[in-house]
Design a protein. Structure first.
Length: 326
């Protein structure tokens, strides 16, 4: 079968990934499913990444290279979304790789079930060679799917298996554009915001029992870097955006069952903030008052179990991540 346009757009933000980029790109260009475009966004790389990308584009006309000044992964993904021609989007990080039939399986499932999102799973690949399966939702939910996005979000949150990882979501481009699901720029931890909103808005979601992504754990990555102040700033931005989102859902009287678990996600992020503060040997007082006010705000709107989760996460962060003694 010939396609006038690619069915799938694979978007890869790239920043100084020369050591891993060829492995990543080889896993994409050799996919069993051929009707793809591969959009590589050079986000101001200063190593050989751009040279590697250009070489691939010269050998494979499905590879498109865009360049921008260093604006971060969110801006790079948005740039890819703005030019994508495929019906579906798959994001891949430039130091990760995907199994050779990943696109074929995800695409077949999306077309068969006519869903907005197909969710797969991931192995975390450690420097010692160990591959650890990250989430345990796959087998159980794959038997139930498709579900509405709200139902899927609720079930994942109830089982503590919600994946805030954008590269696990194989998503219809028209759905992304209809709901303006672009990424918050200028921050990290943007997945926590995008994945919540995207999943809740989806009409139908399918979960497949496939570990399609191999995520490399390395010290030099953004999430493993020492820039803790920036990460705390990003977490607070995400928390406030999620609070606004929850307020909007309540105001419009839509997806009300999901609102409580949006707050649960907020208090999960509070634990990350406390951990980062602990690593900086700082207390939580600067942020504690804000989250205490959130606890008061949710007291009349959440179920007992949801309130208990929020309270437990709040107290866990305060108790376990105190300043380190000198």
């Amino acid at each position: 079968m010939t396609y006038t346009y690619p069915v799938v757009s694979v978007i890869v933000p790239v920043y100084n990934s020369e050591l891993y980029l060829e492995e990543c790109l080889n896993s994409i260009v050799h996919q069993t499913y051929r009707s793809i475009e591969i959009i590589l966004i050079n986000d101001g790389s200063t190593d050989r990444s751009l040279e590697i990308m250009v070489n691939y584009s010269m050998r494979d006309d499905r590879v498109v290279v865009l360049s921008q000044s260093n604006m971060g992964v969110s801006a790079a993904r948005n740039a890819g979304l703005n030019v994508a021609k495929g019906e579906y989007i798959l994001f891949v990080d430039s130091d990760d790789s995907i199994r050779n039939d990943a696109v074929e399986i995800l695409c077949q499932q999306a077309i068969l079930t006519n869903v907005d999102i197909v969710i797969g799973n991931v192995y975390y690949c450690h420097p010692n060679g160990k591959q650890i399966p990250r989430y345990q939702y796959v087998t159980e939910l794959s038997k139930q799917s498709p579900l509405s996005g709200e139902q899927c979000f609720l079930q994942l949150c109830k089982s503590n298996n919600f994946p805030p990882l954008v590269y696990l979501y194989f998503t219809k481009l028209a759905f992304i554009r209809e709901h303006q699901l672009f990424f918050e720029e200028g921050i990290v931890h943007e997945d926590e915001l995008w994945c919540v909103k995207t999943l809740i808005f989806a009409s139908k979601v399918s979960v497949v029992d496939i570990f399609h992504c191999f995520h490399r754990i390395r010290k030099g990555s953004i999430m493993q870097s020492d820039n803790r102040k920036y990460r705390i700033y990003s977490c607070i931005k995400v928390v406030k955006a999620l609070e606004v989102f929850a307020d909007e859902l309540q105001e419009k009287q839509v997806f009300l069952k999901a609102v409580g678990y949006v707050y649960v996600r907020i208090f999960c992020i509070y634990i990350s903030i406390c951990q980062l503060l602990h690593e900086m040997n700082k207390d939580t007082n600067e942020y504690k008052e804000y989250f205490m006010q959130l606890l008061k705000k949710i007291d009349t709107t959440l179920s007992i179990s949801q309130k208990l989760l929020c309270f437990n996460y709040f107290h866990y962060g305060n108790k376990h991540f105190f300043p380190k003694s000198n």
